[in-house]
Design a protein around this ligand. Structure first.
Ligand SMILES: Cc1cc2nc3c(=O)[nH]c(=O)nc-3n(C[C@H](O)[C@H](O)[C@H](O)COP(=O)(O)OP(=O)(O)OC[C@H]3O[C@@H](n4cnc5c(N)ncnc54)[C@H](O)[C@@H]3O)c2cc1C
Length: 382
């Protein structure tokens, strides 16, 4: 039997690639491996599931069995890949099974970064990056009144906003001076903060957590300014690190992510990388729209037409209904300045490059209406 196209990972990258492959080729053997149950679900919904009344079970759109049928693919769930041998074109699973491949696609995602906290409850700090995490988080949220969120970036702010639906006014701790610090200029950060605070979120900016101790049924959070805060649950949302370990151990070139060219090809013949684990032409973009661009290009390449991925500017919607926000940060290294206006009570922050052309934006409140028009004015990212 011919060796399959083997996809490691059944997140949005792995499954959407499989779907694109099947649009082009109904018969090529296809296999996917996942260390979780391999459900098809929309990961972005993890941070607005509470408001939508969703549970880990109802977030599942299709089971592994349904996906196997839809894709006419072998799906190996709850199996972990432990080694890749690029010369022999095969991978080894945790139970010793060896899978040969024609082409291998690494769609392994990213791990939540763990803060170096001390204290006897440091290991009880939660993070939510998949359905199993969400199931644990929602179980622990039952009866919780005081929630501390570490990290005031996109994901931390989305979870904070979502908890309002449960009548919880969470406290967000971050060493940065304003929330969404890497995406917004200061004045826009203050505007965003005010919008969420008006709805019930508490921001403790300029402060980081140092340690977490158990205190009866609750936690005592020690903070960098010497103060303490009590919480029934501590959620960490301080960023993600691409899963590069397997690739690195196999001698595949890695940087921040698994390094690929514009055809998503890694340094090893027949091995490709997509999604949160990949660093494509120098860009690590852990969002859904880049994944969709990647899988369309890679499916064509795997079907015999080498195709480079292109990225238009891809704005990200911050799911904070208390203050709807859309961001399209300027590409790293572009010099310029933010210009702010206040149309209809919202805020529009436009990043103008040195030559006066728009290179990025942040739109808050009513200004989000201009999202499409402004996105069209931005230069392509790749
Ligand atoms: C809470 C939250 C909200 C988000 N909201 C948005 C949003 O609004 N808009 C947006 O654009 N993006 C959003 N994102 C980002 C977006 O969801 C991700 O970029 C995307 O889902 C990543 O998909 P992936 O397939 O690369 O990774 P993952 O979904 O993490 O999949 C990784 C897969 O690899 C498997 N795996 C890992 N290691 C192994 C191994 N050794 N052996 C076998 N299998 C393995 C896992 O089991 C899993 O199937 C959000 C992310 C989070 C966490």
């Amino acid at each position: 039997m011919t060796a399959p196209i083997l996809i490691l990972g059944t997140g949005l990258a792995g499954y959407n690639l499989a779907r694109e492959i099947r649009k082009l080729d109904k018969s090529v053997p296809l296999a996917l491996v996942s260390r979780d149950d391999a459900p098809f679900y929309s990961k972005p919904m993890l941070s607005n599931a509470l408001a939508g009344g969703k549970s880990a079970a109802t977030l599942v759109m299709k089971t592994a069995e349904q996906m196997a049928e839809e894709l006419d693919a072998r799906i190996l769930a709850r199996r972990q890949v432990v080694a890749i041998e690029t010369a022999a074109r095969r991978v080894t699973l945790d139970d010793g099974e060896v899978l040969p491949y024609r082409d291998l696609v690494l769609a392994l995602g990213a791990d939540p970064i763990r803060l170096p906290l001390d204290g006897d409850a440091a290991t009880e700090v939660l993070s939510v990056n998949d359905l199993d995490d969400f199931a644990r988080f929602s179980a622990r949220l039952e009866g919780a009144r005081r929630v501390a969120i570490l990290g005031g970036g996109l994901i931390g702010c989305e979870f904070a906003n979502d908890m309002l639906a449960r009548g919880i006014g969470p406290s967000v701790f971050d060493p940065a001076p304003w929330p969404l610090g890497r995406l917004l200029p200061g004045e826009a950060g203050a505007f965003f903060r005010a919008g969420l605070e008006a709805a019930g979120v508490v921001f403790r900016m300029g402060i980081s957590a140092v340690g977490v101790d158990r205190q009866g049924a609750t936690y005592r959070l020690r903070l960098s300014d010497g103060s303490v805060a009590e919480a029934d649950l501590v959620l960490s949302a301080v960023g993600l690190r691409p899963r590069i370990g397997l690739a690195e151990a196999a001698g595949i070139k890695v940087g921040r992510g698994i390094v690929t060219d514009r055809q998503l090809a890694s340094s090893a013949a027949g091995v490709f990388a997509i999604g949160d684990c990949a660093e494509v032409a120098g860009l690590s973009l852990p969002f859904v729209m880049p994944i969709m661009q990647q899988v369309r290009a890679l499916a064509k390449t795997l079907a015999g037409t080498p195709t480079a991925v292109s990225y238009p500017a891809m704005p990200v919607l911050v799911k904070t209904p208390a203050l709807p926000t859309v961001v399209a940060p300027p590409p790293a290294g572009v010099a310029g300045e933010w210009v702010l206006t206040h149309p209809d009570g919202g805020l529009e922050a436009l990043f103008l490059a040195a030559d006066g052309s728009p290179a990025g934006f942040a739109l808050l409140g009513s200004a989000t209406r201009r999202k499409q028009a402004l996105a069209a004015s931005l230069p392509a990212w790749l």
